[in-house]
Design a protein around this ligand. Sequence first.
Ligand SMILES: Cc1cc2nc3c(=O)[nH]c(=O)nc-3n(C[C@H](O)[C@H](O)[C@H](O)COP(=O)(O)OP(=O)(O)OC[C@H]3O[C@@H](n4cnc5c(N)ncnc54)[C@H](O)[C@@H]3O)c2cc1C
Ligand code: FES
Length: 245
Amino acid sequence: MRQGDYTILENSRIASRIWRMTLSGDTEGILRGGQFVDVEVDGCFLRRPFAVTDWTKDTLSLIYKVVGQGTEIMSQWREGSSVNLLTGLGNGFDTSLCRKKALVVCGGIGASPAFHLVKELIEEGKEVTVVLGYNNASELILFDEYRKLGAGVRVATMDGSVGIKGLVTDVIDTLDGGYDFFYTCGPKVMMEAVCRKLDISGQVSLEERMGCGCGICFGCTCHTADGPKRVCFDGPVFKKEDVIW
Ligand SMILES: Cc1cc2nc3c(=O)[nH]c(=O)nc-3n(C[C@H](O)[C@H](O)[C@H](O)COP(=O)(O)OP(=O)(O)OC[C@H]3O[C@@H](n4cnc5c(N)ncnc54)[C@H](O)[C@@H]3O)c2cc1C
Ligand code: FES
């Protein structure tokens, strides 16, 4: 874990209630897609955790949904402002678990934590299908970016305004198969349905409300088949077989 001040290069709305923030600063502690940062927000006692969407040697980007006090304040931050971050938190996804062909299933803002994972899988020469699920077209994020990486991208929306009308599990029914591993990130109910549907192994990115964000307070403990685990420190990524829904 590292702590440092970062400068905001961009903070703009990219979809309904969804913003992308790009910051410059030290990214050496960020090693894998699915890891997160903890953002200090003036006026909020606790830092707020966000997955790192993508990073370079001196910039990183976050995509966040405005849901409450902290994210509302963040959405008002301007370019050039300084933000304090804890970086390099969490374990991240493990690309070595996929041999050749990966299925990546994301719901809503869950498209963000999986972005660098897909980049890594494709750089390793693996074939990737990304299934994105949203309520409607106004929430669509990262569709073009995933395609530019070289992934096959399929979309489901609840109202049918983009892609097929229905759930990500409806899209999975239409796929050819042949996947040897899956990764999923999004609402818990969606991830549970995906895990139950797919008979291959996979990894799941869990979310819990967090206190310290770095393993000290045990405020984010969840129960797994392997005993109690801290989502911030032992996760947020867990094997499908270990998750107790
Ligand atoms: C490891 C991790 C990675 C995350 N990555 C992202 C991300 O990439 N993009 C993103 O938009 N959000 C992400 N989140 C969720 C994000 O941290 C919360 O939405 C944010 O902290 C809310 O802050 P707030 O002050 O605006 O809301 P608050 O005022 O604190 O809460 C508003 C509402 O959001 C709910 N909420 C707050 N935090 C969480 C949480 N952790 N899990 C479930 N519900 C919560 C509250 O119950 C409440 O209903 C992540 C959370 C974790 C634990
Ligand atoms: S938030 Fe403190 S241990 Fe996870």
